[in-house]
Design a protein around this ligand. Structure first.
Ligand SMILES: *Cc1c(COP(=O)(O)O)cnc(C)c1O
Length: 422
């Protein structure tokens, strides 16, 4: 409900000296933001940067983004868009041209057709996820999140006042949620399952049979699924990918596909993501976005159209590079005794268990008891930057991003091995 306070009649004749802030005045922070921690991956990268600024060579493996520059033809499209005057507001939910490009690309890849009115373009997929959660959830609601999970999932759920229900998956299962686990986590307060396939931080890529089993539960119990498919173009040999929305018409009705250009086209800085979702939800999210942010960057939208409609060799070339790096990383990890991991089938992360090394002297003699302290000691002593699994709801693990070149990986693994076997 709104309340309205009328201005007092004497307001305009009055001096404003009484508005001078008092020395003791402080800004009150809301309960919501007081609970919020900064994104742990961004914090880890900042710590590495701090060392670098002191002139220290850091082996940086925290980055959650491709190291490649955005392909030339996409950059060119942005320059042309600026010169052609695409510098104004666009419709709040994105241009029709980009919505059609998203729709067409999805149809090409999955055979499933959406109407452009079911596409909402936002300021990156993270913003898309915020829109979905804000439009669907509130206090008293529950959202199921399989762990390990992307850092922002639980924070974004909590921002809405809803409760994240964290379901641990095991290394033995390849860090995949089973249908039984999904079923068991459902209550009458469940509003959504948040699925990330392939997964950041684990690289887990679900089998199609595994997805179908989850889809059956979703349909039987009427639980909507947010399917974050941002790594769908980064699938390695031996793994498969299928969009959750392509598992059947009844499944599509319950699915919100989240995707974007950040990972597939090396366009993290451009901030373009989207949802494919039922029309009513899309409309509600568009209303929200029109009040909160208006349209995503007009120039970025033009570039994203070209990314989706243009030649796709750049995507394949980057996948080849990532495959080589993954092979190298898996080889080096296999040489390290007493760590374990589930082989990543997608994305560009290796997520491995280092708990064997807790309680024993490492590097310059430090003894650590958890993954956060492990990462701090590793950074300080060996100048290798990883992200602690604690940030992803997985104590005992660390995440290594292999979105960096082979020379960096080699030097980093040499330093890591020296740290583990001083
Ligand atoms: C990188 C990433 C995103 C989104 O990135 P945007 O740059 O906001 O589009 C979404 N989900 C996961 C799991 C990611 O790793």
């Amino acid at each position: 409900m709104r309340s309205r306070v009328s201005e007092p009649a004497h307001k305009f004749g009055r001096s404003f000296t009484h508005l001078r802030p008092q020395k003791s005045a402080t800004m009150q922070l809301s309960a919501t933001v007081k609970k919020l921690a900064p994104s742990a991956t961004i914090a880890a990268a900042a710590k590495a940067k701090e060392l670098k600024s002191k002139g220290i060579k850091v082996h940086e493996f925290t980055l959650g983004e491709p190291d490649f520059i955005t392909p030339e033809h996409i950059r060119q499209a942005a320059k042309e868009a600026m010169d052609a005057g695409h510098t104004h507001y666009t419709p709040s939910g994105g241009t029709l041209e980009l919505k059609k490009a998203v729709r067409d690309a999805f149809e090409r890849e999955t055979g499933v057709s959406y109407d452009p009115s079911q596409v909402l373009v936002s300021n990156g997929a993270k913003h898309s996820i915020h829109n979905v959660l804000t439009a669907m959830c509130g206090p008293g609601d529950e959202v199921i999140i399989p762990a390990p999970y992307w850092v922002s999932y639980s924070a974004l759920v909590e921002l809405t006042g809803a409760t994240p229900v964290i379901v641990d998956t095991s290394e033995e299962s390849g860090f995949c949620l089973s249908a039984e686990q999904f079923e068991e986590a459902i209550t009458d307060k469940t509003r959504l399952l948040m699925l990330n396939n392939p997964c950041n931080p684990t690289g887990a890529a679900y089998t199609i049979a595994g997805l179908e089993a989850l889809a059956r539960v979703a349909v039987n119990r009427g639980i909507p699924v947010l399917s974050d498919e941002i790594y769908d173009k980064l699938i390695y040999e031996g793994s498969e990918f299928k969009s959750f929305a392509s598992l059947g018409e009844d499944v599509a009705k319950l699915t919100i596909v989240v995707n974007g250009v950040s990972k597939a086209y090396a366009m993290t800085g451009w901030r373009i993501g989207w949802t494919l979702a039922p029309t009513d939800l899309t409309k509600a999210m568009d209303n929200l976005q029109s009040q909160e942010t208006s349209n995503p960057c007009s120039v970025s939208q033009c570039a994203a159209v070209v990314a989706l409609n243009g030649p796709q060799e750049c995507v394949a070339d980057m996948l080849v590079a990532f495959s080589k790096r993954r092979e190298y990383v898996l080889g080096r990890l296999a040489e390290i005794p007493n760590i374990s991991l589930a082989t990543p089938g997608g994305a560009f992360y290796a997520f491995f268990n280092v708990s064997h090394y807790f309680g024993k002297p490492l590097g310059s003699g430090k003894v650590v008891e958890n993954a956060s302290d492990f990462c701090t000691a590793l950074l300080e002593d060996a100048h290798v930057a990883l992200v602690t699994g604690d940030a992803f709801g997985a104590p005992g693990y660390v995440r290594l991003s292999f979105a960096t070149n082979l020379d960096n990986l080699k030097a980093g693994f040499d330093a890591l091995q020296g740290f583990l076997n001083p």
